[in-house]
Design a protein around this ligand. Sequence first.
Ligand code: NAD
Length: 452
Amino acid sequence: MRVTIIGTGYVGLTTGVALAYVGHEVTAIDKKESVIESLLAGRPPLHEPGLPELFAEVRRRMRFDVALGPETAGADVVLICVGTPPQQNGDADLRYVEEAARALAEQLPEDADTLVVNKSTVPVGSARRVEAIVREGLARRGVRAKVAVASNPEFLREGSALYDTFYPDRIVVGAEDGGAVERLQRLYRPILEQSFPPPKGLARTDGQGLPVFITMTPTSAELCKYAANTFLAMKVSFANEIAGIAERVGADVTEVMRAVGLDRRIGARYLGAGAGWGGSCFGKDVRALLALGEQYGYEMPLAAGTLRVNERQRRVVVDKLQAALKVIRGSTVGLWGLTFKPNTDDLRDAPAVDVAKMLVGMGARVRAYDPVGMERARREHPDLGVEYAASPVEAAEAADAVVLMTEWDEFLHVDWQAVAAVMRGRVVVDGRNALDRAALERLGFRYWGIGR
Ligand SMILES: NC(=O)c1ccc[n+]([C@@H]2O[C@H](COP(=O)([O-])OP(=O)(O)OC[C@H]3O[C@@H](n4cnc5c(N)ncnc54)[C@H](O)[C@@H]3O)[C@@H](O)[C@H]2O)c1
């Protein structure tokens, strides 16, 4: 099928590369020239495991452009994958989605028979909004192209975006008409039937069954994405709330949540206590759900509590440092990890960035290291006020304490004797409960975890 992707970020690029791999003719559009230049030069503009290799394999079959034309607008399927950042009031900002819809309305040719799909996370009513914009634009131009709009929320995780795209748990389609459902079923058939040869290094794991294809109304599809993300964020916030009480009563939250998660009704994932969640989606989506509730005069205490616990949790790391060092001003802190989670370069709403700001604001000298996030940190947070180091050990040089904020593999396999040799103090704050406490204590470190 001829597929056009509008917005070539984490979602759009991953989806485009995967759809090209399974045999579709894909054109990726991004209005940012630097993104398209980078793609044309063969370099993905973002960090995602496996993407450089797979992109190298399929890029000659893909096309790239900075704007839609009649041919790309009139593809069989157009996937809108642009950003939907939060507005001041928490509501999702639909300006990029609307911009994409207007561009489509301007470019769709008379003979088009196109399915426009909202893959971006959008508030309820957005499928209707996109349809109205496209229809008005076409009417203004006097063009009678055949267009339908569907919702197809995306559930991939940064850091394993390709795996999630090839082997999703479910594909959700919200559409009013059967033709749209049938077309999306055709688009995703190789994935639904798992009929493609697994890409190198991206084999299906055992026990991963066939994806479930679920159809519903566009409104249900739009709401289900917010519900899913709020639930995941709530699981983590719940573990963090338990971590706080575990510390007070003298329990270990990792033991508690292991026992809790072994209940199949609950499940073990997303129950890790630590410095809290971040990223481009959880915070914005929970806020958007709260904003939706407000518009309907409907209180949503679970979603509100999920946010509150997470905000408090970022402070917990700083409180622990203060308890360990007594005085933050004048101390040197090695900050390990900047990205909001491992295996991504994404710094949006990263707890580490907030913690760095708090520490610098309190007068600490912060030496940061991240395996892939430092270039972006320099670019996106030029005033962060931290020094950047070339390795975890270099970040620990003369440090009174080291704080683990992102559980990159590199930090889990660090040579702690080398770290001890360069540090001034012996405090380790494990903001992800990912380090080996006993081993660290044997080496003479004072270990502070979260909730243990
Ligand atoms: N990142 C994730 O893990 C994830 C997961 C599931 C869903 N989502 C949702 O998917 C959407 C995209 O997220 P993302 O993280 O890929 O965003 P992103 O910021 O990485 O990428 C968005 C891209 O769209 C481009 N763009 C914006 N307006 C455009 C326009 N009018 N025409 C062409 N290009 C345009 C931007 O230049 C940017 O490159 C969001 O709604 C997000 O909530 C994201």
